[in-house]
Design a protein around this ligand. Structure first.
Ligand code: GGG
Length: 354
């Protein structure tokens, strides 16, 4: 009997519902065409509308709700009339940390239809970015005092634990080991940040001993930005902290051509909890409702989800169809095309049908 996968669909805010709806259409088409598995999407209404109705971004039982699914497909979070730290902590960060989705994996490569904005040296990018996703600068520690007064103060504590560094480092070395170049760059700021970042360097060195076939090096995050622009071919897998990799992955997506095609996976490598897949981009209120959002980042995120749940062939077929459509010039305006979101969906579905 063919398996049925239960997927939580959390479209969220802004263009999230547009790109998630587009993706459900192509994944359902793929499942129907291949006939090897069923996929059952359940809509979960968390987001800013839910917040305005209930006072919170997610339900009280959100973690147990998600645990009923094999995986989640997320859209975006953020609204013009709610402070970003309220929406981000209310939704995404209320899930990633508590579910211990500690490995945020962001593949970046030049994609058919994208143009590298800087120079041709960035063509042929094929990087794997691994972001620690459970602590660091996103640990939620800190506070404000003397609010509104001249001597107002605020702290934002970056908390790093040996356990969390070790598990993300092992994951990163394993990821690098599985790739042809077997090369890993460990990004820190251990010259000025002399506690947590030095612990990162130490743990990297310890873990590396179990991976003698992986060539690795340390790099300061500021120098890494220059290397990404100037020597992109010298990079394969990169691992770094929650904040550093959030920033570097946007830079990487921009260098490869567009954040509109950049996917991400929030993984629990222990598989105790469902992993959640989402485009790197946010809610993009400037284009919400215009029907022109690029669905490719979410298609690619769904392909990563299919790999994770065990449907590698389906994932490969989906990516091949998406790349064929993009190479044929069916592109949304962010890539210089004239197609709308539904036009891309229909082109990909037609390619799946062939
Ligand atoms: N689809 C991802 C999304 O909505 N991201 C919003 C955002 O601001 N994320 C910040 C982060 O991942 O740290």
């Amino acid at each position: 009997m063919s398996p049925t996968y239960r997927i939580a669909s959390i479209p969220g805010d802004g263009i999230g519902p547009e790109v998630v709806s587009a993706t459900i259409q192509v994944v359902e088409k793929l499942a129907q065409k291949l006939g090897k598995f069923q996929i059952d999407f359940t809509h979960i209404p968390w987001g800013t509308k839910y917040y305005k109705e209930t006072g919170q971004y997610v339900s009280d039982d959100c973690l147990d709700t998600l645990r009923k699914f094999d995986a989640g497909l997320f859209g975006a979070v953020g609204a013009p009339d709610v402070p970003d730290h309220i929406s981000l902590w209310g939704l995404l960060l209320a899930i990633r940390g508590p579910l211990q989705l500690y490995a945020n994996v962001r593949p970046v490569r030049t994609f058919p239809g994208t143009k590298c904005p800087l120079n041709t040296a960035t063509e042929g990018i094929d990087w794997m970015l691994v972001r620690e996703n459970s602590e660091g600068e996103y640990s939620g520690q800190g506070g404000r005092s003397h609010i509104g007064q001249e001597w107002e103060a605020a702290t934002e504590v970056a908390m790093f634990t040996r356990v969390a560094i070790k598990r993300i480092m092992r994951f990163a070395f394993e990821t690098a080991q599985s790739r042809p170049k077997k090369h890993l760059i460990v990004v820190t700021k251990s010259n000025s940040m002399r506690n947590g970042m030095v612990l990162w360097d130490q743990v990297a060195s310890e873990v590396s001993k179990d991976f003698p076939d992986v060539a690795w090096e340390k790099m300061l995050v500021d120098a890494m930005t220059v290397r990404m622009v100037a020597k992109p071919q010298s990079i394969d897998t990169i691992v770094g902290t929650n904040l550093h990799m959030d920033i570097l992955s946007d830079l990487a997506a921009g260098l490869a051509g567009s954040i509109g095609v950049a996917p991400s996976s929030n993984l629990d490598p222990t598989r105790k909890n469902p992993s959640i897949f989402e485009p790197v981009h946010g809610s993009a209120f400037d284009i919400t409702g215009k029907g022109i959002a690029n669905p490719v980042a979410t298609f690619w995120s769904a392909a990563e989800m299919l790999v994770w749940i065990g449907e590698k062939d389906a994932a490969a077929k989906l990516m091949q169809c998406v790349e064929t459509v993009c190479a044929a010039g069916v592109l949304t305006p962010d890539l210089g095309g004239t197609a709308n979101t539904q036009g891309v969906v229909e082109a990909v579905c037609a390619e799946i049908e062939k």
